[in-house]
Design a binder for this molecule. Structure first.
Ligand code: SR1
Ligand code: MG
Length: 399
């Protein structure tokens, strides 16, 4: 089967009309391509009142083209994951309206009344419920797709259903390999080259990163989102929506928790050099650290409660085991968060939190700070026993 991009706006409209009942038959529809993703094509289709989002995957990466092929099975995975997440965390994901394998596309709820978390962070918007919402989303989705909840057969069939080799390989390379060598995919600003070279020559760091890579590759614990960075989250003061689970697979729970905590810390690094009064930036940094504490404590409590209420797995539901398990998850979370911080600073896929600092020297100060923090988190994760201990490291690290 050959898959082709929707030829024109009329094709996108025809898709929406054929597969959803969101618009009346005679309602005029307007299509706008929202080209802000790296990998797929995304359209907003607007009617008289409402709108929907259409996402289409082609057998390659949008920003690279056919030189980087990628299986279109990722769109089937994303559609199914959004439906699974909606069973357990309906308030935190957009509604899936329809998926078509023939067109390798789906239509979903438009969460355009929310803003992208990355830009909310950069503009220092107050988000009083962010940590709580993320903690709940993580606890519900990770618990209900794990052995704590699913029976042995359902779980193993789910592991098979979500095998996602191409997307996992991107992460294996971009998180755990490229930043630790002189790779052509890296993007390193000249004043940071020496610090990057320091990582390439850091044997202890590279061993610990490889242990994390092994865990990423060999730990089918739960259906993880797989790419839970700030760009995959949309927010309002009272609402949080997680989108874009095309990297989903059965992996370590800590990968999701670490990815989002890594993004909170990346914004913390950016705030040193972003525009605006120092007291505002200081206050926002304090807010960011408090949301790490909230996210983990809400996750920890909700996960513990879910096991007590719903798990009949005889060994894993022992209360002391659950606490030991969560302590391990925290330790791995710190390590994965460190890899996210480093790969977003010198790897292929940077983030605007730091890249939008115009002054190259000021930006380099944030970048070097992020690299030092990431290293510390990876190498010393076993002794960083709580979010407060992690925050103490961020506070003590000289800028
Ligand atoms: C080539 S893809 C680069 C990055 O974009 C995605 O959102 C993932 O984070 C991936 O690592
Ligand atoms: Mg994405």
């Amino acid at each position: 089967m050959t898959y082709s991009k929707f030829e024109d706006d009329a094709a996108v409209v025809a898709f929406v009309r054929a597969h959803t009942d969101q618009f009346t038959a005679d309602e005029p529809l307007h299509v706008e391509e929202i080209g802000d993703g790296n990998i797929n094509y995304i359209y907003r289709v607007k009617g008289n009142e409402g709108s929907v989002i259409v996402k289409q995957a082609l057998p390659y990466i949008r920003i690279i083209g056919t030189d980087w092929p990628l299986s279109i099975d990722r769109i089937r995975i994303e559609a199914q994951v959004l439906q699974t997440e909606a069973m357990w965390a309906p308030n935190f994901v957009p509604k899936m309206y329809a998926f078509s394998a023939e067109e390798s596309a789906f239509a979903m709820e438009d969460v355009g009344d929310h803003e992208n978390l990355r830009f909310a962070f950069i503009e220092r918007h107050p988000l009083p419920s962010l940590g709580e919402h993320l903690g709940l989303f993580l606890a519900e989705t990770l618990f209900h797709t794990s052995d704590f909840y699913l029976d042995y057969e359902t779980k193993k069939r789910a592991v098979a259903n979500y095998i996602n080799p191409g997307l996992c390989k991107i992460t294996e390379d971009l998180f755990f390999w490229d930043p630790y060598c002189d790779h052509e995919r890296n993007s390193i600003s000249p004043p940071v080259l020496e610090a990057a070279q320091g990582l390439w020559n850091d044997k202890a760091l590279k061993i610990e990163v490889t242990k994390l890579k092994r865990q990423f590759m060999n730990c089918p614990e739960a259906l993880v989102h797989g790419d839970l960075h700030a760009g995959s989250v949309f927010v309002r003061a009272d609402s949080t929506k997680v989108i874009d689970p095309e990297f989903a697979f059965y992996g370590p729970m800590a990968f999701d928790i670490g990815s989002i905590i890594g993004n909170v810390l990346l914004n913390y690094a950016g705030q040193f050099g972003l525009a605006g009064p120092k007291n505002e930036r200081d206050d926002y940094q304090a807010f960011l650290l408090s949301e790490i504490v909230n996210c983990w404590s809400v996750f920890h409590k909700r996960f513990t409660d879910l096991v007590a209420e719903k798990s009949d797995e005889p060994t894993m539901s022992q209360p002391d085991y659950v606490q030991a398990f969560l302590a391990d998850v925290w330790c791995e979370t710190v390590g994965f968060a460190g890899t996210e911080v480093i790969r977003r600073t010198i790897g292929l896929a940077h983030i605007a939190d730091i890249d939008s600092i115009d002054d190259i020297e000021l930006r380099a100060k944030s970048e070097r700070w992020a690299l030092a923090l990431g290293r510390e988190m990876i190498v010393n994760r076993h002794s960083i026993s709580s979010p407060d201990a992690l925050n103490a490291i961020a506070l003590a690290l000289p800028y």
